[in-house]
Design a protein around this ligand. Structure first.
Ligand code: G1P
Ligand code: ZN
Length: 543
C-alpha cells in the first residue's frame, strides 16, 4: 500500500455550523479543502488501528467524488473496514441506524440537508460518533481547531472503488463493504410500528402521497410504503434521487414542497400527505387539506406514542429545541414525564437519549425523532403518523383538533429572512441584545415583556455549557418571540423569527396562525427595526 503524506496549508473557514461543515460545491472542490477537513476529523477522533467507519451521503452532486477521497484517506489512516451505502447513498437516519447496528467507531455523512445541490449548489460533511449521533460541540470545536493547524494529510494511491455492487473489496489494507442500507433501515422501522394495521388501512382504500423531492428517501420510501406496506406505486412521487434534486429545493415545507401541497389541498386529495428533505431526516405531515405544524406533530406523537408497538411501554421524557413551541411541554406535564429545552440542532439531544432521559425529541424545523437512532428521521415520523391514524381510525385533521381541544393550541409560525447582508443581520442581533436591560416590564399593545435574554444551556448529562443560542422575548401570558441567525446557510445571513402564543379557547382554534399572531409579528418588526435596516417588506419563507 502506497501511503502518501501530502503537504497542505490550513483553511481558516472550516468551522462546523448547526450540522457539520456546509459550503458551496466550488469551495469543496478547491485543492486540499475536503482532504484537510477529513484529516482534521481523523486526527481529532483518533480511532484505534483497524476500526470500522460508515460513509455515505444524500447523493447530491460531488457525493461520489468525495467518497472516493474519504475511502483512500481512511485506508491511509489505518481504518480496517468502511461500510458504504450502495451507490454511495445513505440517508442521515439510515447512517445513524447502520453505525448503531454494526457498532462501528463512527461515521462520516455527506449532506447539506435541505439546501439545493448541483455544481453551484451546496455540499456538506459531518462526523457522527459511535452512538450514531452528530458529534458533540466539544468534538466539532476540536475538529475546527485542528483544521486551523493542519499541514499534512494522508491518502493512498489506488484505483477508485466500485460503489454500486453489494459486497466486499480491498483498498490498500482496508476492506470496503458496500451494504444495502435500505434493508437495515426497513427492518428497524418494522420493529417499531404496526405494519399489519397500516397495511390493512391502505388495503381499505386509505390513500397516501409521499414526496421524496428527488432526494435520498426515494428508495427507502418505495421499499417500505410500496413493497412492504402495499401502497400503490404512485403513492411515492419524485422517487428517483438526482444529484441536483431535479433543480428543486429539497426542503419539506409549504413553500418548497408546493407540488405535494397542491395535491393535498386539491380536488380528489389523498387522505395523508408527507415529504422528506435532501438527506431524509426532515418530515412534513399533511392531512386532506390540512397542515400539521412540526411543533404540534411532536406533541401529538408523544400523546399517542403508546399506540405504536415500539413505544408501548411509554416515554422516559421528551426534548425539544428552544424555538420549538411548548405544545410538547403540555403533553409531558399531563404524562408526568420531564420535558427538556435544548439549543437548536440535533447534536444536543444525543446525551439525553444516551442517558435514557428522553425517548422522543423534535424541532420546529420539520425534525422529529426518537431514541431508535440518534438523528431526526423523516420516514420514521411518517410511519408513526400512519400507525396513529390506523389505530385511531380518524382523519389527521380530527386527531389534531381533538388534541387542541384537550391541551389548548400553541399557535406557531416561523418567519425567515434569507440572504441578508451579514452586517445588517448582526446589527439586528446587537440591537436586540442592547435592549435586554430595559425590556422587562415594558408594554407592547396587549403584551407585557416578562423576560428578555440570550438562551444558554447547561447539558444535564456532561455539564457542558452552550451560550448565545438565540434571543428570547418572553411575555407575561406565555407568548414568545425568538430571534436567531441560521447556522446552516452558506450565503449571507438568515434571520429566523419564531412566534408563539397560546390559545385555550376552542372557538378560536380555526383561526389562521398568521392572523392570530399578527400583533406579535408587528412587535417583532418594531423591535428589530427590520424594514429600515434591511429594506425587506416580507419574509422569504413562512412556515
Ligand atoms: C436549521 C434548523 C435546525 C436544524 C438544522 C439542521 O438550522 O433551524 O432546527 O437542526 O437546520 O437540519 P439553522 O439554519 O437554523 O441553524
Ligand atoms: Zn436534513
Amino acid at each position: 500500500m502506497q501511503v502518501q503524506t501530502i503537504a497542505t496549508s490550513a483553511f481558516t473557514d472550516q468551522k462546523p455550523g448547526t450540522s457539520g461543515l456546509r459550503k458551496r460545491v466550488p469551495v469543496f472542490q478547491q485543492a486540499h479543502y475536503l482532504e484537510n477537513f477529513v484529516q482534521s476529523i481523523f486526527d481529532t477522533i483518533a480511532a484505534p488501528a483497524g476500526a470500522t467507519l460508515v460513509v455515505g451521503g444524500d447523493g447530491r452532486y460531488y457525493n461520489r467524488e468525495a467518497i472516493q477521497i474519504i475511502l483512500k484517506m481512511a485506508a491511509a489512516n489505518g481504518f480496517g473496514r468502511v461500510l458504504v451505502g450502495q451507490g454511495g447513498i445513505l440517508s442521515t437516519p439510515a447512517a445513524s441506524c447502520v453505525i448503531r447496528k454494526y457498532q462501528t467507531f463512527g461515521g462520516i455523512i455527506l449532506s447539506a440537508s435541505h439546501n439545493p445541490g448541483g455544481p453551484e449548489g451546496d455540499f456538506g460533511i459531518k462526523y457522527n460518533g459511535n452512538n450514531g449521533g452528530p458529534a458533540t460541540e466539544t468534538v466539532t470545536e476540536a475538529i475546527f481547531a485542528r483544521s486551523k493547524q493542519i499541514d499534512t494529510y494522508r491518502i493512498i494511491e489506488a484505483a477508485d472503488v466500485a460503489l454500486d455492487t453489494l459486497g466486499e473489496s480491498q483498498l490498500g489494507g482496508m476492506t470496503v463493504s458496500i451494504i444495502d442500507s435500505v434493508a437495515d433501515y426497513a427492518e428497524l422501522m418494522e420493529s417499531l410500528f404496526d405494519f399489519d394495521a397500516i397495511q390493512a388501512m391502505l388495503a381499505g382504500g386509505f390513500r397516501i402521497k409521499f414526496d421524496a423531492m428527488h432526494a435520498v428517501t426515494g428508495p427507502y420510501a418505495r421499499e417500505i410504503l410500496v413493497n412492504r406496506l402495499g401502497a400503490p406505486a404512485d403513492s411515492v412521487m419524485n422517487a428517483v434521487p438526482l444529484p441536483d434534486f431535479g433543480n428543486g429545493h429539497p426542503d419539506p415545507n409549504l413553500t418548497y414542497a408546493h407540488e405535494l401541497v397542491e395535491i393535498v389541498y386539491g380536488d380528489n386529495a389523498p387522505d395523508f400527505g408527507a415529504a422528506s428533505d435532501g438527506d431524509g431526516d426532515r418530515n412534513m405531515i399533511l392531512g386532506k387539506g390540512f397542515f400539521v405544524t412540526p411543533s404540534d406533530s411532536l406533541a401529538l406523537l408523544a400523546a399517542n406514542a403508546t399506540l405504536a408497538p415500539g413505544y408501548r411501554q411509554g416515554l422516559a421524557g421528551i426534548a425539544r429545541s428552544m424555538p420549538t413551541s411548548a405544545a410538547a411541554d403540555r403533553v409531558a406535564e399531563a404524562l408526568g414525564i420531564p420535558c427538556y429545552e435544548t439549543p437548536t440542532g440535533w447534536k444536543f439531544f444525543g446525551n439525553l437519549m444516551d442517558a435514557g432521559k428522553v425517548t422522543l425529541c423534535g424541532e420546529e424545523s420539520f425534525g422529529t425523532g426518537s431514541n431508535h437512532v440518534r438523528e431526526k428521521d423523516g420516514l420514521w415520523a411518517v410511519l408513526f403518523w400512519l400507525n396513529v391514524v390506523a389505530a385511531r381510525k380518524q382523519s389527521v385533521e380530527a386527531i389534531v383538533r381533538e388534541h387542541w381541544a384537550k391541551f389548548g393550541r400553541n399557535v406557531y409560525s416561523r418567519h425567515d429572512y434569507e440572504g441578508l447582508p451579514t452586517d445588517a443581520a448582526n446589527g439586528i442581533m446587537v440591537l436586540l441584545k442592547a435592549g435586554f436591560a430595559t425590556l422587562s416590564g415594558k408594554q407592547f399593545g396587549s403584551y407585557t415583556v416578562k423576560l428578555a435574554d440570550d438562551f444558554s444551556y447547561t447539558d444535564p448529562v456532561d455539564g457542558s455549557v452552550s451560550t448565545g443560542q438565540g434571543v428570547r422575548i418572553l411575555f407575561e401570558d406565555g407568548s414568545r418571540i425568538v430571534f436567531r441567525l441560521s447556522g446552516t446557510g452558506t450565503e449571507g445571513a438568515t434571520l429566523r423569527i419564531y412566534l408563539e402564543s397560546f390559545e385555550p379557547d376552542v372557538g378560536k382554534h380555526h383561526l389562521d396562525a398568521q392572523d392570530a399572531l399578527a400583533e406579535l409579528i408587528g412587535i417583532a418588526l418594531q423591535l428589530t427595526e427590520l424594514r429600515q435596516r434591511t429594506g425587506r417588506e416580507a419574509p422569504t419563507v413562512i412556515t
